[in-house]
Every structure is written in C-alpha cells, then in structure tokens.
Design a protein around this ligand. Sequence first.
Ligand SMILES: NC(=O)c1ccc[n+]([C@@H]2O[C@H](COP(=O)([O-])OP(=O)(O)OC[C@H]3O[C@@H](n4cnc5c(N)ncnc54)[C@H](O)[C@@H]3O)[C@@H](O)[C@H]2O)c1
Length: 343
Amino acid sequence: MLLLDIPSIQSIILSIGLEPFYSRLIQQLEDDFKHWQNFYKSPRHAIHYKHGVIELMPCSDDELYSFKYVNGHPENTKQGNLCVMAIGMLADVKTGYPLMISEMTLLTAIRTAAVAALGAKYLARTDSNVLCIIGSGAQSEFQAMAMKSIFPIDEIRIYDIDAKAMDKFYNNLTPEFNRIKKCESIAEAILNSDIIITATACKKKACLFKASEITDGTHIHAMGGDCPGKTELDASLLKKSKLVVEFTEQSLIEGEIQQLDISHIHGELWQIINKLIPGRENNNEITIFDSVGFAIEDFSILKLVYTLAQELKLGVDIDLIPDIDDPKNLYGLINNPLKRKPR
Ligand SMILES: NC(=O)c1ccc[n+]([C@@H]2O[C@H](COP(=O)([O-])OP(=O)(O)OC[C@H]3O[C@@H](n4cnc5c(N)ncnc54)[C@H](O)[C@@H]3O)[C@@H](O)[C@H]2O)c1
C-alpha cells in the first residue's frame, strides 16, 4: 500500500508547481461536482468537545472510497500547535483493499482553497481583482494562491487580530502579488474589495462586518464558520445575498446558514456547475459561498495525488495490509515476521 507522507506531497507539488497543481485540482473538483449524483454521500461524523471538533468525512463512487480524519481546535495555535490537521485514505471499492494513506493537513488547505476558487469562478464577478482575506492563519496563503489561478488579482488586503500572522502572510506572498496591504481594521480591509474570504478561527457566533458595509457585486467566501455555534457573518447579510452551499444537509448543521433555515439557500454549487440553477446573474448581487468543507473535495484531491504519485513514482510502499499466499492462513503471519522494506 502506498504512503504519501509530507515529503512525498512536497515532491509532487514541487515536481509540477503549485499553480499547475491548482489548475489540475480545480478541473478534478469540477469533474467530480459534475458527477455529484453518482457519489454516496452523508454529512460528516463530528464529535464536539469544549475546545474543538474531531470529524470523519467519508464518501465514495462506484470505484473508489475515501475518508478523512480531521480536527478543528481554534485555541491550538496559542500553544504553538496547528488549528487543523488531517490524514486521509483511498480504497478500491471492488475489493475493499486500501490503496493509499496520505497526509492531509497540506492537502486540506490546498483543496479548501481550490474549492474557494471553483465557487468564485461561478459566483464572483469575472473582473474581480481586489481580494480581501480576514484571518491570515494557516489556510490564508493557499486561498490567495488558488484565487490567483482564476482571477487577475492585483491587490490583496489582509486583516488579522494577530499582527504576526499578517507579517507572515506578507513575507510568504510578497513575491507572488503586486500589492499586499496589511490593514488596521476589518472595515479598511473589506472596503472596495471584489472578493472577501473570511478565514478566522473562533468557536463563537462572530459578526466580522455589518451587512451595510458590503458593497453591491461583492462575492464572499465564508469558510471559517464550519461547526455548530461557529459562524462569521451577520444573518441580515445572508438574507440579502445569494447564498450557495456544498451539501445542504451538512451545511444546515455547520454553515453560516445554521442561523436561518433552508428557505434562504439558493442552491448547491454542483447544481450551478451543471447549469441546473443560475450562478451570478448580474454585477450588483452579493453572493456568498457558505463553504464548510465536504467529503467529495477530499475524494477529488486524494484521487489526484494517487494518480500523480503513480506517474511520478513518488511515495513509500508500506506493509499495512497482509500480503499472503493463502488468505485463510492469516495466523501464519504470527510466526513468519515480515522483513521491513527499505525506505
Ligand atoms: N470550510 C473548510 O473547508 C475549512 C477547511 C479548513 C479550515 N477551515 C476553518 O478555517 C478557519 C481558519 O483555519 P486556519 O487553519 O487558518 O486557522 P488558524 O488558527 O491558523 O488561523 C486563524 C486566524 O484567524 C485570526 N482571527 C481570529 N479571530 C479573528 C477576527 N475576529 N478578526 C481577524 N482575525 C481573526 C487568528 O488570529 C488566526 O491568525 C478555521 O475556523 C477552520 O476551522 C475551514
């Protein structure tokens, strides 16, 4: 079985480049969203604790099955730990054999950003060139780079309550963008922005800005509110916007929409991609992609890195599933210890 650890994922991305990787991933996501109805889907299984959440996110088509283990612990960064970490698995449906285990902390950040870009492709104005990101933590640079692969981004405005997080964003992405502005307030950051990404981590019902502060034509990608009791936007803004979700059943529990009810949802992104309902219809409407992260997105990136790892001969073969001549003689393994494969 294949193991894709962090060095393997780094090698895959360095081999083809982050921007081409985003392009392939956005294409893969779009293809999988087009075949949305062929997937076996369910809301994720979440256990909520005082300080965070641990979730399992399974899904499958008729060939491949995937699941991801992922957490969300907003207080972790205060102790120098990551807020979000993940591990994923891909398996063959016909036999049930696991094919691959992969690191997914990096892959989650990348796929989350690619989903943001895919949503914005259908919901933001095509001439969007000013991007605002509120919350410049672990996910933020990935979001900016994915948006850059779709839109001619000239200027990025960032705001974070932690000045060091803004410095880190600025230092990481200065070579990639003409202008990055570290703002003094959310109000300054959102002013005249075409696309606003909300990527804060706080386990409460927050209200980052008022509905009246958002100008017509703005697209908001709301990704930080992704659990019961954890939201970022004002309910009155949701009411006056065109609100799109990934998987309604899960979004009603976890998204910004938990503040209202199903009647305020315009539809699911796959329906827009398949032209069953309209995306953005004019330059004046305010659109919101209330994105909480859905299992098909993990499926898409796991499938892509599995293919790339085979093509590029990357990853490590590990003995995690018994490979024995007589499948009924599992007991035989006890007395015949396998030699470790050299790494
Ligand atoms: N929708 C998805 O698919 C998805 C995927 C991954 C992460 N997330 C969520 O995205 C959020 C960000 O994740 P991360 O890994 O970047 O977390 P992080 O802890 O690394 O960064 C969050 C940043 O938000 C800042 N912040 C908190 N409150 C703020 C406020 N009121 N105004 C401005 N900045 C504020 C913090 O200082 C921090 O720098 C989390 O809530 C996480 O659960 C969602």
